[in-house]
Design a protein around this ligand. Sequence first.
Ligand code: 13P
Length: 253
Amino acid sequence: MREKIVAGNWKMNTTPAQGVELLKGVAAGMNEVCDCVTMVVAPPFTHLSMVAEAAKGTNIHVSAQNCAAEAKGAYTGEVSAHMIASLGVEYVILGHSERREYYGETSETLNKKMVQAYENNLIPIYCIGEKLEERKSGTHFDVVRQQVEEVVFNLSADQFAKLVIAYEPVWAIGTGKTATADQAQEIHAYIRGVLAEKFGEAANDIAILYGGSANPGNAAELFSKPDVDGGLIGDASLKPDDFIAVAQGFGKC
Ligand code: 13P
């Protein structure tokens, strides 16, 4: 059975103290979430260590939102995958559309970041997704194919087995416009098919998360689709009750 994952991307929100409170709020609601769901939170770098510490003894896993493309050295302002892993953090979000768009991240950079993530035993949550114009012009399948081929196809089979993918249509992020469950299913199945071209049956074991205005009102329908294995949640992950309610979209098993 594929892993079910609900991950909260806090983006550039919360102070360290607020982040720890948020983590505690999520921890308090964990008994209302099915044990079958892996819960992940991704705080900003400034409080990664505090949140990772507070998450010890809970079932909540911690992720970074990014990592450097290089291992170490004279890269002012960067944070290495090794530093992140040394905090007990297990995941790293890579290739989020906000980083591609505002910080010029390309497949070339992301290939380097992938290498760093795997060398330090971090599980990458690799984000892909098309912009509104691309969806309107019907090129969204080609866009996600390219994002997969240029980065994921460079992984070894062992590396691929640990990967998590997040499909996040840019037009749905923070806009209140969610892809319909059928739209999500259609493209998730397509992405899985592309992965299978390179990795065969192993593609069936990869969790593909949906991201983009997922919330307590639409999570259950999205998660009911066979190729939607969870969510990467922005706004709704900033309130413990909402985040827990999203995870409850998987019901009880
Ligand atoms: P929203 O849930 O706020 O639309 O953000 C989605 C996202 O970008 C998660 O990485």
